[in-house]
Design a protein around this ligand. Structure first.
Ligand SMILES: C[S@@+](CC[C@H](N)C(=O)[O-])C[C@H]1O[C@@H](n2cnc3c(N)ncnc32)[C@H](O)[C@@H]1O
Length: 401
């Protein structure tokens, strides 16, 4: 069901809380880490909204600015350089009012698709983070994501995208003339300013540009032949969209936000980065935010079994099986964090990184995994036993063949 966008900012909805927590809780460790590159950080909220909701709750701009201020309060570095920018086509004046106390922030009145390249064109060598939270799908031109990854030579580039994959499937059905389920099934999936395309060739191209290819058409056709349900169509689209992003970004994760168990996701939060640490931070972040999402789904009721971010039952044996299956493919030593991130690329953020590490530790104890640690000994002269891969502690692992 589509709604007028004026309502969006009246009261902050529970799903917006999850979305914003995912952003805020990621930004803190991201900034702390990336400050050490000593390159400027360019943070852009590409669909910023008003800054805060009418019920007084912070919107994504205030969340980001408070997080940035918090990080700068802690850091011992004094030559930091973080520039936040906020783009909105409707609410630049509200942003100016709501963000006054934060000093120098860039507020851009206009459309993301018209403004973003102008803003980023002189930012080569910088660390760029883009938060992309539109109402619908129309502004999500894949070609821009491709340019960000190849054209501008940033020091690093990360995207956090709110993708309305259900909206994409609905429009895919419309433009290919495939019947879509009775809209009443999706009453709870209230959408603001949903995208509506005509059934013609031009719209097919619009969707090709959003998806970064025409792979979505085969999914819609399979749905039309009743080979897959609308739920499977949405999941397949999300998976293939992430695969498409992986052609430009090494690590891509996605978290479906479902208001009710068994329902289509309201949207998917997709994170794309080339940095292994960013990927691992986001895995743990998704696992932590999932608790809040679950509370919303369950309305405070206890669930008898543990579930993961995708509402699948957590089965420790199954996780262990997957960890062994994956790590047993490494016959040469490889950095721990790379093995971990590749695990999550294969299976999704099914558990925290610490859970996978504890299986590695077990495998090491059983002599099935070889581990090289630097430094190899503690200051007291004992063999190191850490499972960390950071600046001062480096770990490499390989399967014991
Ligand atoms: C979902 S809301 C963003 C909410 C915000 N992230 C928050 O948490 O407070 C989407 C925003 O995008 C703006 N918008 C719509 N089309 C746009 C475009 N093409 N470029 C930039 N902003 C746009 C709308 O005015 C609206 O404020």
């Amino acid at each position: 069901m589509a709604k007028k966008n004026d309502d969006f900012f009246k009261v902050k909805k529970p799903w917006s809380e999850v979305k914003d927590e995912l952003l805020g809780c990621y930004l803190k460790p991201y900034i702390q880490k990336i400050l050490h590159t000593q390159r400027p950080i360019i943070y852009v909220d590409c669909f910023a909204g008003k800054g805060k909701f009418e019920d007084g709750k912070p919107g994504s701009p205030l969340i980001a600015l408070n997080t940035i201020q918090g990080c700068l309060g802690y850091t011992k570095m004094n030559d930091w350089n973080i520039k936040p920018f906020f783009i909105d086509v409707n609410y630049a004046d509200d942003l100016r009012t709501n963000l006054t106390e934060y000093g120098e922030v860039g507020i851009i009145s206009g459309r993301y698709e018209d403004e973003i390249e102008k803003l980023l064109s002189d930012k080569s060598g910088c660390n760029v983070f883009l938060y992309i939270d539109p109402y619908g799908i129309k502004a999500l031109n894949y070609g821009l994501f491709q340019s960000f990854s190849t054209r501008y030579k940033f020091n690093s580039i990360e995207l956090l995208i709110n993708m309305n994959s259900f909206g994409f499937i609905r429009e895919g059905c419309r433009v290919l003339g495939v019947p879509f389920e009775d809209a009443s099934i999706f009453e709870d999936l209230i959408e603001y300013e949903s995208t509506k395309l005509e059934a013609n060739e031009k719209s097919v191209n619009v969707l090709n540009n959003i998806a970064g290819g025409d792979y979505w058409q085969e999914i819609i056709k399979a749905k039309n032949r009743n080979e897959i349900s609308v739920y499977e169509a949405e999941a397949q689209f999300a998976e293939q969209y992430c695969d498409r992003l992986r052609q430009n970004f090494k690590y891509v994760l996605n978290m479906p936000l479902k208001i009710k168990r068994g329902q289509l996701p309201k949207y998917r939060m997709i994170h794309a980065t080339n940095h292994v640490d960013g990927c691992l931070l986001m895995v743990d972040n998704i696992c932590c935010r999932w608790q809040l999402m679950k509370d919303i789904q369950d309305g405070g009721q206890m669930q008898l079994w543990e579930e993961n971010y995708n509402n699948d039952m957590v089965d420790e044996e199954d996780i262990r099986k997957k960890v062994v299956e994956h790590v047993s493919g490494y016959f040469s030593f490889c950095r721990l964090n790379i093995v971990l991130a590749d695990f999550f690329m294969k299976y999704g953020p099914i558990c925290k990184a610490s859970v996978v590490k504890s299986v590695y530790k077990d495998l090491e104890d059983q002599g099935m995994l070889e581990v090289q640690r630097t430094p190899a000994y503690t200051k007291g002269g004992k063999p190191s036993s850490f499972f960390a891969d950071e600046k001062k502690q480096r770990t490499e692992i390989r399967w014991h063949s």
